[in-house]
Design a protein around this ligand. Structure first.
Ligand code: ADP
Length: 185
């Protein structure tokens, strides 16, 4: 039973790796993803709801500060993938009893999405490199949670194809704040 469990989690890890590699290969080859107006506030509520069980499992206090009717222009599926990557990381790198604050704010031409965690933080010398493919700060440890170091390069790719921006401010031992700006139209 234990072996089957191991095989299963290894299969899941490999499936995720193949999906991530395919995403990047396609993103390199494709011209543009289809875009439309969509309700970003509603999407944020949905993502938040889907992460509650994961946060609870680690006893992390996950909160959402959202406003109604914030519209974005882009590919809803990809934006969901982007927020999922960032929230996944926040949960992975935040210890039990930590806190994660998710916030969506409207702006004149861009909406701002903030994910702030009280996790382990990222050392300054690594910040510029974490968007590189396969880059992980702690390679030995990251094997335990199945990280391949592709998440943030995919996130960056999605942000670029939406002409948005991403900024990371982090302090070791204190936490990380990721701010994403996405165009309204
Ligand atoms: P993965 O999570 O699969 O390792 P990513 O590309 O998503 O790959 O992230 C790259 C690295 O950046 C991670 O291995 C981790 O060291 C660091 N990192 C990303 N997000 C956070 C965060 N919220 N807190 C601390 N470290 C982070």
């Amino acid at each position: 039973k234990k072996w089957f469990g191991n095989i299963n989690s290894e299969l899941e890890r490999m499936k995720k790796l193949v999906d991530d590699l395919l995403f990047l290969a396609r993103a390199d080859a494709e011209d543009e993803v289809p875009k439309d107006y969509f309700d970003l506030s509603r999407l944020m509520n949905k993502i938040y709801d889907s992460f509650i069980p994961l946060a609870k499992k680690k006893n992390i206090d996950l909160t959402l500060d959202n406003k109604d009717n914030i519209t974005a222009y882009g590919n809803e599926f990809r934006i969901k993938q982007l927020v999922t990557i960032l929230l996944d990381n926040a949960i992975k790198f935040t210890e039990s009893d930590g806190k994660i604050q998710l916030k969506l704010e409207p702006g004149l031409s861009m909406s701002q999405l903030t994910i702030k965690d009280t996790g382990e933080g990222i050392p300054k010398e690594h910040i510029d490199k974490i968007f590189d493919r396969f880059y992980r700060v702690d390679k030995s440890r990251s094997r335990n949670y199945g990280g391949s170091g592709l998440g943030l390069s995919i996130a960056k790719c999605i942000i670029n194809e939406h002409k948005g921006s991403i900024k990371i401010v982090s302090e070791v031992g204190k936490g990380t704040e990721v701010v994403v700006s996405l165009p309204n139209g």
